[in-house]
Design a protein. Structure first.
Length: 753
C-alpha cells in the first residue's frame, strides 16, 4: 500500500464543510404485491407501502408488539381506495429520504404517508386540489379468530421447532364505530415466558425475573373524520383470510386525513386505552409533521456517504448501487430510532407476506411470519445491525439495543447463581427478550443429570461471548460521542465476571486447581461462534475479554480488578504464522471464521496495527477462512478485507454484498441465512463501506485505506472524542479533508493504492 502522511492543523478546508445530498428513491409503476413494497416509518413505527390495482396499501408494525408466543405481530393492513383515483400514466411512488416520508402521486393527486418520529402515530394526507375524490379506507385483520400454527409457522415464535402440539395465536379484539376502529392484541397471563422458566428449572426465582410478555397489549386506533362505517367484509390477500372494516367518505373531498395511533403497554385494557387517548390529545399535525421532517433532515447531516459528483463510467454503476443501498438501509434503521426495543436482524419492521420470500407450500402463511422468531435475539446477527451506528453518529438508535441487555442481564445473573452458585451474567447466543436461553435451543430432550445451566444444542453450547460485543458498543459510544454509560458499567463488569468465575468453577470441578500451570484461565469447554465447538481457549473469546477489560481500564472503571483479570487471560494462539480459531477444538459445526474476529470486531489487527501480515495471511491462506468466504447474509469477509487494507478484495465483496437485493426495493436483501429483509446483511455491508473509507488507530486517522481510487465519493463519518471527519475523493485525488473539532497531535494518513 502506498501511503501519504499528511500532518495538518486540521483547518485545511472550509469551516462550513460539505452538505449531504440525500437522493429520493422513486418508482414509476405500481406494484404486483407486498413484496414490491417500500419502507416508511419513524420513531418505532414501520410501514410497508405499495400501490396495487390502483389501491394504496400499507402494513403497520410497531416495535414491542410481542404476543403470548413471542411473535412480533403486525398491527394490520390498511387499504386506501380513491375514485377517480390515480392517473397511472403519470404515476410516481417516491421515498423522500431527506424528510422520511413516502408520497404516491400523479401530478394532481398526492397521497403522503409518514410516521411521527416523536409519537407512535401514522398519518396519511390526501390532497387533490382540482378533482374531488371519493375515498374508502379498509382496516384488514387476519387474527380475528384464534388459530393453530403450522409446523413452519411456529418458527415465528420462541418455540420454533419445539412447539407444543396445538400451539395457537390468540384472536385480536376489533371494535368498529363510525368514529373509527380500535384493534388490540392482549397477551394472556400464561406465555412462553412461563413455559421457559418451568423448562429451565427456575421457578424458585421466578418472582425476581423480568417478564416483558405478561399482560402485554399492543395495537392501535384508526381515526376517521367525515366517513361512515359502510360494511364489514371478508377477503383473502396472498395466503391469509382476513376480515375488513370498510369506511367511505360521506361526500367527495379535495383533502383527507387519516391517522392511526399506536400503543404497547403491560397492564390493563383501560391503561392501554388511556395511553391511546393521551397520544391523540397531544397531536398537532402540522407542527408534528415539521418536527418529524426536521429530525430526518438532521439525521442525514450527522453523517453521510455519497457520490458527490454523480460520476459515470466503468465501475461506477456498481459503486452507485453500493452507496444508494447504504443510504436506503440506513433509512430503514432510522425508522426505529426511538424504540424501547432493538431492530430485529430478521426483517426489522418491514417483513411482508412470506410466500414472496419462499414460494413453497409451507411458507404460505400470514404476514406475521419471520424465520427465527420475533422476541428471541440471535446475538451474532443482532450485533451487525448495530456496529455501524457508531461511525454514523446514530447513538440514539444504538440505545435500544444496549438497553435490551440492561433489562435482561439480571435474569442471566440469576441463572449463574441458581445453577452454579457463582456470580456473573450468563448471556447465551440465542437469547429471549427476558434473558433466558431460547426454549427449543435449551433442549427438550435432555439426559438425566445434564448441567441445567447448559443448552443441549450442537451449535450453541458454550457460546456465551457475543454479549461482549454489545458491552463494547456501549464503551465505544462513550469514546465516540460521550454517551453516559454509567448505567451499563455494572452489566459489563458482570459479563466479564461470568467468564472469570465460571471457568475457574469448571476447572475446580475437574481437579484441584482453578488455573493452569501459568496462572491462566482454562477457557474450556468454549466455542468460537457456532462453528468451533469444544474449543480450548477460543480466539474470539480471548480477544473479546481482553478488549473489553482494556476499555474499562481506559475509563478508570474497576481498573485494579480488570488488570488482575487481564493477567489471568491466556494468549491468542498463532499457528504456522496465522491466527488459529483456538488452541484446540473438537469439531466444526457452522461456517463462521472466528479466527478473524481479532480483526473485527476486536481490532487487534488491521491497518496501522502490529502484525498486519499475520492477519492477512490468515485471511488469504487459512483453509477454513477460504472455504467459508462469502458475501451472503451475516458474512463478514468484506469487513475483514477492508480492515486489512485489501482494496481489491474489499471492493469485490462489498460490490456483491451491497448490490440490489432480489426484491423491488433494493435494500430488501435476503433471506440469506435468516429472513427478508435481512438486516444483518445490510449492517455488515454498511460496516465494510465505513472501514473502506476510514479507520482510526490511537491518534491517527487513515483515510481511504481500502477504497478504490476510481470510485469518486464524499463522506462524513464520526471518529473518537466527538470528532466528525469529512473528505472527498475525486478522480483519484483526496480533497476537502476536514476534521471538526480540530484535535491537537492528530495525524491523517491518506492511503492510495
Amino acid at each position: 500500500m502506498k501511503k501519504r502522511l499528511v500532518t495538518i492543523c486540521l483547518v485545511v478546508c472550509s469551516a462550513v464543510g460539505m452538505v449531504a445530498q440525500s437522493a429520493d428513491y422513486e418508482w414509476r409503476t405500481q406494484s404486483q404485491n407486498s413484496s414490491e413494497s417500500m419502507p416508511c416509518g419513524g420513531g418505532d413505527i414501520g410501514m410497508n407501502v405499495w400501490v396495487e390495482q390502483g389501491d394504496v396499501l400499507f402494513y403497520v408494525s410497531q416495535s414491542g408488539s410481542f404476543d403470548e408466543n413471542n411473535t412480533l405481530l403486525k398491527a394490520g393492513r390498511f387499504r386506501l381506495s380513491l375514485s377517480p383515483g390515480l392517473n397511472m400514466e403519470h404515476f410516481r411512488q417516491t421515498l423522500h429520504l431527506e424528510e422520511g416520508y413516502v408520497e404516491v402521486s400523479d401530478g394532481q393527486l398526492s397521497i403522503q404517508l409518514w410516521a411521527d418520529v416523536w409519537k407512535p402515530v401514522v398519518h396519511v394526507d390526501v390532497s387533490s386540489p382540482r378533482i374531488k375524490q371519493s375515498m374508502a379506507i379498509t382496516y384488514e385483520n387476519w387474527r380475528t379468530k384464534e388459530f393453530e400454527l403450522t409446523k413452519r409457522e411456529c418458527f415465528q415464535t420462541s418455540y420454533k421447532f419445539a412447539a407444543p402440539k396445538g400451539l395457537t395465536t390468540h384472536a385480536d379484539s376489533v371494535v368498529a364505530t363510525n368514529d373509527g376502529v380500535i384493534f388490540m392484541h392482549q397477551n394472556s397471563e400464561e406465555t412462553v415466558f412461563d413455559a421457559t422458566v418451568n423448562q429451565q428449572g427456575m421457578n424458585a426465582v421466578k418472582d425476581r425475573l423480568y417478564n416483558p410478555l405478561k399482560n402485554r397489549i399492543s395495537g392501535g386506533r384508526m381515526l376517521v373524520k367525515d366517513m361512515i362505517l359502510m360494511d364489514q367484509i371478508s377477503g383473502r390477500y396472498a395466503s391469509s383470510d382476513y376480515e375488513g372494516w370498510l369506511y367511505v367518505t360521506k361526500f367527495p373531498k379535495r383533502t383527507f386525513h387519516l391517522q392511526v395511533v399506536m400503543a404497547t403497554v403491560q397492564g390493563s385494557p383501560e391503561e392501554w386505552e388511556a395511553q391511546l387517548d393521551a397520544t391523540e390529545k397531544s397531536i398537532t399535525r402540522m407542527a408534528d409533521c415539521e418536527m418529524s421532517r426536521q429530525w430526518w433532515r438532521e439525521f442525514w447531516q450527522r453523517s453521510y456517504i455519497e457520490d458527490g459528483q454523480r460520476s459515470k463510467g466503468e465501475g461506477q454503476k456498481a459503486k452507485g448501487e453500493v452507496l444508494r443501498n447504504y443510504n436506503l438501509f440506513r433509512y430503514m434503521l432510522g425508522c426505529n430510532a426511538h424504540s424501547q426495543w432493538p431492530t430485529k436482524f430478521n426483517g426489522g419492521l418491514f417483513t411482508f407476506d412470506p410466500e414472496y420470500v419462499n414460494n413453497t407450500d409451507e411458507y404460505h402463511l400470514s404476514p406475521d411470519f419471520r424465520n427465527w422468531g420475533g422476541g428471541v435475539h440471535t446475538a451474532q446477527n443482532q450485533r451487525l445491525v448495530y456496529w455501524p451506528m457508531l461511525k454514523n453518529g446514530d447513538f440514539d438508535l444504538l440505545k435500544a439495543q444496549l438497553d435490551f441487555y440492561l433489562r435482561i442481564y439480571k435474569n442471566a445473573e440469576e441463572r449463574s447463581r441458581l445453577y452454579w452458585g457463582h456470580e456473573g451474567a450468563c448471556l447465551t447466543e440465542q437469547i429471549e427478550n427476558y434473558g433466558l436461553p431460547c426454549y427449543p435451543e435449551y433442549g427438550t430432550k435432555r439426559p438425566e443429570g445434564f448441567d441445567p445451566g447448559m443448552e443441549r444444542n450442537a451449535w450453541l453450547e458454550y457460546e456465551w461471548d457475543t454479549c461482549l460485543e454489545f458491552c463494547m458498543m456501549a464503551l465505544e459510544a462513550h469514546r465516540y460521542g460521550g454517551m453516559d454509560v454509567k448505567d451499563y458499567l455494572p452489566m459489563i463488569r458482570s459479563c466479564l465476571r461470568f467468564f472469570d468465575e465460571h471457568y475457574q468453577y469448571l476447572a475446580n470441578q475437574r481437579g484441584a486447581k482453578r488455573l493452569d500451570g501459568n496462572g491462566k484461565l482454562v477457557l474450556y469447554p468454549g466455542s468460537g461462534g457456532e462453528t468451533f465447538k469444544g474449543a480450548y481457549n477460543s480466539t474470539s473469546t480471548i480477544a473479546a475479554l481482553r478488549t473489553v477489560a482494556e476499555a474499562l481500564i481506559a475509563i478508570h472503571y474497576e481498573a485494579d480488578e480488570m488488570k488482575a483479570f487481564l493477567s489471568r487471560l491466556p494468549d491468542i494462539t498463532i499457528h504456522d504464522g496465522m491466527i488459529a480459531p483456538a488452541l484446540h477444538y473438537e469439531r466444526v459445526q457452522n461456517v463462521e471464521t472466528t479466527q478473524l474476529y481479532p480483526v473485527f470486531p476486536w481490532r487487534m489487527y488491521g491497518v496501522g496495527r502490529p502484525d498486519l501480515d499475520v492477519a492477512r495471511r490468515t485471511y488469504e491462506n487459512d483453509t477454513l477462512a477460504v472455504k467459508f468466504r462469502s458475501h451472503v447474509g451475516w458474512k463478514q469477509d468484506a469487513i475483514w478485507a477492508a480492515c486489512l487494507g485489501m482494496t481489491d478484495e474489499a471492493q469485490r465483496l462489498v460490490t456483491l454484498k451491497m448490490q440490489d437485493g432480489p426484491h423491488r426495493f433494493p435494500a430488501f436483501w435476503g433471506p440469506g441465512y435468516d429472513w427478508t429483509p435481512d438486516h444483518n446483511w445490510g449492517g455488515s455491508g454498511m460496516i465494510a463501506v465505513q472501514e473502506m473509507l476510514m479507520q482510526e488507530v490511537d491518534d491517527t486517522l487513515y483515510l481511504f485505506p481500502a477504497w478504490p481510487k476510481e470510485w469518486d465519493v464524499r463522506f462524513k463519518l464520526r471518529a473518537s472524542r466527538g470528532a466528525t471527519v469529512e473528505a472527498e475523493l475525486r478522480r483519484g485525488k483526496v480533497i476537502n479533508v476536514n476534521v471538526s473539532p480540530a484535535r491537537n497531535k492528530e495525524k491523517i494518513v491518506v492511503c492510495i493504492k
